[in-house]
Design a binder for this molecule. Structure first.
Ligand SMILES: *[C@@H]1O[C@H](CO)[C@@H](O)[C@H](O)[C@H]1NC(C)=O
Ligand SMILES: *[C@@H]1O[C@H](CO)[C@@H](O)[C@H](O)[C@H]1NC(C)=O
Ligand SMILES: *[C@@H]1O[C@H](CO)[C@@H](O)[C@H](O)[C@H]1NC(C)=O
Ligand SMILES: *[C@@H]1O[C@H](CO)[C@@H](O)[C@H](O)[C@H]1NC(C)=O
Ligand SMILES: *[C@@H]1O[C@H](CO)[C@@H](O)[C@H](O)[C@H]1NC(C)=O
Ligand SMILES: *[C@@H]1O[C@H](CO)[C@@H](O)[C@H](O)[C@H]1NC(C)=O
Length: 555
């Protein structure tokens, strides 16, 4: 996926301090360089080496504690340094502190506060995200040609920048895109770059003001282009959702808003609630996804845009649409032709205005393994989830538009009703026939089996866990691994804010997802998921500690 040409360009333009290395992908197959996979299929199978039988020998290897008010909403990442061969865990927090730990021993290797975090008392928040806002979206690791760099968005401020009042006024808060070398945590040449004040490419009235938005979804790196989604900050202000794409080598930046054109709301009073049309990209922190080329995500409530509320005209997904609300969207970036980011396709459920509290933006869009999960005519399948609560099964290359089914129904492959709201994403397992997993709040983790060539129900209920998630708004994202892709070794992992980390055999037995033994983890961060290393699992617990589990070392 990452071409040598791109990597060399990055080396030449940015990494002049690094000795030239021969072109090769660095790291180890057991690393976790991003949130899940670029497809957000949440299957990390062939790359990992934990067997279900190993879990009986699992113990807590180490834990790390952080400052009292420091939160890790961004998931840790795992990488093996080419310099030392040592596997490390990289963390990034709401205090803008980044750290590396030795994955084996838990020894703190490096720590740095990259920039002061924004004190969030003036964000009009009813829920307390954390005392300060810093890094929230999961970073991504660029690793090729001797470059081992973590990229991430940092919320900080410039004193008295747009308004008097020092750090506090939201308009003084800004976003920086950081790139740091993983071995030293020092800045990459020409980084950080400030991402602030640029007009949206598809509606120049709408200026990107980092103080009014939150970078929450995990980052997506495709080649040299880094994609980030932005949504509301406690849903206040005149914000709109947007995607910012940065070519890391050239630093060319593209900004696309979910609410564009004359039909969209615009208000230059930044304090106006939903004045810019809202339509944030949040996904409970799940990553933007990809088919390898284009980018997929969901957009939440574009409340306030009259045109969007009144527009009940059926539309094909490939028609252009400026005001996107409760929508799955696919965009493409045209760098060479100069068109920037363009909407390619969308799906909006027929009942998007009916179900109160419906929010398709609470979960991301999963692009499933196209070798296994395909339609009768061989088309790739994707899944969106929501707080409706439903799972929407669509074709990746024809998302479904709006009201394209018979009699004003959804023109998609299948709609699966659920018993609870879903935050984050689904999981999938392409071996042994193929399964998908969903972890709705206040109900059980559930598995659905894939039926190839089925004409209507491609997925059917196959089993669930015997206990329930204790929390409606904090259940974790099902994440699946296998022992180097061998059938029979699939494990589906899911966190729960009360029960901690749990693991199940991926293939249900007689309607039950069979739980595997694990050492007790005391709760979990909301919307969490575990991260994997060499025979190890890392998770942020309910107290905000980083916990490492693995096999007991021989004594
Ligand atoms: C964290 O590690 C310390 C030192 O090994 C141990 O005493 C403590 O019980 C651990 N904490 C948790 C929550 O397991
Ligand atoms: C808005 O409407 C004006 C006047 O009809 C038109 O010239 C302009 O191109 C429109 N802008 C957008 C972004 O659609
Ligand atoms: C919000 O207000 C600011 C300040 O006038 C303006 O620059 C920005 O474009 C507005 N945003 C939207 C989405 O309306
Ligand atoms: C569509 O609606 C018409 C009129 O109510 C009904 O006769 C027809 O059976 C419906 N078709 C489907 C596929 O539901
Ligand atoms: C599904 O249909 C395709 C094309 O007709 C066929 O090649 C394939 O074997 C079928 N798969 C199964 C599992 O029946
Ligand atoms: C599953 O159910 C069948 C039929 O009730 C029974 O024969 C079989 O032993 C069960 N398998 C397991 C693994 O419990």
């Amino acid at each position: 996926m990452r071409s040598l040409t791109y990597a060399v360009a990055l080396y030449v333009s940015l990494a002049s301090a690094v000795p030239f290395a021969t072109a090769q992908r660095t790291g180890s197959p057991s690393d976790s360089p991003q949130d899940s996979d670029i497809y957000q299929s949440s299957y990390l199978g062939g790359e990992h080496n934990i067997d279900p039988s190993d879990l009986t020998d699992f113990t807590q290897l180490w834990n790390a504690t952080f400052n009292t008010d420091e939160k890790h909403w961004a998931r840790p990442l795992v990488h093996t340094l080419s310099s030392t061969g040592r596997q490390i865990v990289f963390t990034a927090s709401t205090e803008n502190r980044i750290r590396t730990f030795d994955a084996e021993t838990g020894q703190l290797l490096n720590e740095r506060q990259v920039a002061p975090p924004w004190p969030m008392d003036q964000a009009y928040c009813t829920t307390h995200v954390s005392k300060t806002l810093g890094i929230m979206g999961t970073p991504v690791i660029y690793r090729e040609d001797g470059n081992e760099i973590a990229f991430f968005y940092v919320k900080s401020y410039i004193e008295d920048y747009r308004q008097p009042g020092g750090a506090y006024p939201p308009l003084n808060s800004v976003y920086y895109l950081y790139g740091v070398y993983l071995d030293t945590l020092q800045d990459l040449y020409k980084y950080p770059m400030i991402i602030d004040g640029q007009p949206s490419d598809n509606d120049i009235r709408k200026t990107f003001l980092g103080g009014l938005v939150l970078q929450r979804p995990a980052l997506l790196l495709l080649g040299d282009v880094l994609y980030a989604g932005f949504g509301g900050l406690c849903d206040a202000f005149n914000y709109t959702g947007s995607v910012v794409a940065v070519n890391l080598a050239t630093q060319n930046t593209y900004t696309w808003t979910t609410q564009a054109g004359n039909a969209s709301l615009y208000n230059d009073d930044w304090t106006a609630w939903h004045g810019g049309g809202a339509g944030g990209i949040w996904q409970a922190g799940a990553g933007l996804s990809s088919d390898g080329k284009d980018v997929f995500f969901t957009i939440d409530n574009g409340g306030g845009s009259t045109a969007a509320t009144l527009d009940v005209t059926p539309r094909k997904g490939h028609e252009s649409l400026g005001v996107l609300s409760e929508t799955v969207a696919r965009i493409t970036l045209d760098e060479s032709g100069g068109a920037g980011i363009q909407l390619v396709d969308f799906f909006r459920p027929s009942d998007w205005q009916i179900d109160s509290g419906q929010d398709i933006g609470s979960g991301g869009f999963a692009v499933l393994d196209g070798d296994v999960f395909k339609t009768k005519s061989g088309k790739r399948i994707g899944i969106a989830t929501s707080t409706n609560p439903k799972m929407y099964v669509t074709e990746v290359d024809s998302l479904g538009g709006y009201l394209q089914g018979t009699n004003g129904t959804d023109g998609i492959l299948q709609t699966i009703p659920l018993e609870g709201e879903v935050f984050g994403a689904i999981g999938s397992y392409p071996l042994e026939g193929g399964y998908i997993y969903v972890n709705p709040g206040n109900t059980a983790l559930s598995a659905y089996a894939f039926t190839p060539n089925a004409s209507s129900s491609l997925f059917s209920f196959a089993g669930k866990s015997s206990d329930l998630n204790g929390h409606w708004g904090g259940a974790g994202l099902p994440t699946v691994i296998s022992n180097k892709g061998q059938p029979g070794t699939g494990i589906v992992w899911a966190t729960d804010v009360q029960a901690g980390l749990r693991a199940f055999k991926a293939v249900p037995v007689n309607g039950t997802l069979v739980e595997l033994p694990l050492p007790k983890v005391e709760g979990a961060v909301k919307f969490g998921r575990p991260v994997f290393g060499d025979g190890k699992v890392f998770v942020v617990d309910g107290q905000g500690r980083l916990i490492a589990l693995g096999r007991k070392t021989a004594t």
